[in-house]
Design a protein. Sequence first.
Length: 78
Amino acid sequence: MIPLTRLNNQEFYVNCDLIEFIERTPDTVVTLTTGKKFIVKEDPKEVIRRIVDYRRSTFHCQLMGAVKHLDKEDEDNG
């Protein structure tokens, strides 16, 4: 989930896997696959940067988990 800010400065979190598209109208509108729309303070590039950062962090966690699993197998077999 990524943090975003409503126009009234209220922070909320969005499951970035549900984001269908982001547009500037001139406000930034985030549309989910459910059809729900949010107007946010962040510009589209910032929303995309947050998505990329989130995906990198989850990939890193998955990779580290796999490495730990392989290390444990080596210890058990060694």
